[in-house]
Ligand binder design. Structure first.
Ligand code: PBG
Length: 332
């Protein structure tokens, strides 16, 4: 049947076939956009599975190096390290966090030796080392912001001295970016950058990560320092502070439930924006896929592409190697 009115615009013309779609695509996703988080534990030849994160392990330094080499060969430019610290080494002031001979700096040195071009990002926060499981010093049941700042600064300088090229404060204390920047500069680490967890929300999606590191808060929750999921204007204030204090990259975390926050930071700053596709987001994909309810591979690539579309320049994701392999293999 012929139509009576001419239809001038036909959106489907630009959706014909993978070759044409690739020309009109607005957003790209490449292995070079991805950062692989890795959990490092003591020992040798260790690969302990993390139950809620299929494919993710707590690995000893030799195995972390092996995983990083695979990632590097797939075109992934950076890894982010998170240490698993035994209870015996945890204390209220997270003293182990600035031990220059600790597990984390050993791992940084090993990676820098074996893969000198790989970017090594270290996490600056007390929680894996704290007997309270918090990102700040607990005094009389409250988090003492300013008592935490020198601890974070010492930790960052120690990580830089081990060879970390980027330090990533994930603690959400006020003033920490400036404090860390000054400490790094005073120690001569002008070239070491700061990826600030700028808009980090008090999210239930961090559950599997806390299981992996056994880093749950021993009392209370993180709502007095991590942001309220209800707020987005507040992210702009966090951004202004972090930019003024010298952040080199600003991050939004978690990822998919916070696309509006990513878009907002993207619009408000010219700095690179990072997104963290967190442990719970990764766990959900695998859980649904294991039941045959979702296709893990397509949903992973779609999630990461959407984070890019919202404005993320780089994405921390446990699925980085899976995504990189898929991106290499197919025209989509
Ligand atoms: C801790 C930290 C957390 C994550 C990264 N750094 C957990 C938390 O704040 O309790 C979560 C990452 C993830 O869930 O993948 N400073």
């Amino acid at each position: 049947m012929s139509q009576t009115l001419p239809m001038l615009g036909r959106s489907r013309r630009n959706r014909q076939g993978p070759a044409w779609r690739s020309l009109v695509r607005e957003t790209t996703l490449s292995p070079s956009d991805l950062i692989l988080p890795l959990f490092v534990c003591a020992g040798e030849g260790q690969r302990q599975p993390v139950e809620a994160m299929p494919g993710v392990v707590r690995a000893s330094i030799d195995e972390v190096c092996a995983q990083a080499a695979v990632a590097w060969d797939l075109g992934i430019p950076a890894v982010a390290l998170f240490p698993v610290i035994p209870d015996a080494l945890k204390d209220p002031l997270a003293s182990e966090a600035s031990n220059p001979d600790g597990l984390l700096p050993d791992c940084v040195r090993a990676l820098r030796r074996q893969l000198p071009d790989l970017v090594v990002i270290t996490d600056v926060a007390m929680d894996p080392y704290s007997s309270d499981g918090h990102d700040g010093v607990v005094v009389d049941g409250c988090i003492d912001n300013d008592a935490t700042l020198p601890i974070l600064a010492r930790m960052a300088v120690m990580q830089a001295s081990a060879g970390a090229q980027m330090v990533a404060p994930s603690d959400m204390m006020d003033g920490r970016v400036g404090h860390i920047r000054r400490a790094l500069d005073e120690a001569g680490y002008h070239q070491v950058g700061i990826i600030s967890y700028c808009a980090k929300y008090a999210s239930a999606f961090y559950g599997p990560f806390r299981q992996a590191l056994d880093s749950q808060p021993r009392s209370g929750d993180k709502k007095t320092y991590q942001m309220d999921p209800a707020n987005v204007r507040e992210a702009s204030r966090e951004l202004a502070q972090d930019v003024a204090e010298g952040a080199d990259v600003v991050m939004v975390k978690p990822g998919l439930p916070y696309l509006d926050v990513i878009a907002r930071l993207r619009a408000e700053t010219d700095l690179p924006v990072a997104a963290y596709h967190v442990s719970g987001e990764y766990a959900m994909l695998h859980a649904a896929a294991s039941k045959g309810w979702l296709d893990y591979e397509s949903c992973l690539l779609e999630s990461l592409l959407c984070l890019r579309r919202a404005g993320a320049d780089m994405i921390f994701t446990y699925g980085a190697c899976d995504a990189a392999r898929l991106l290499k293999s197919a025209r989509r």
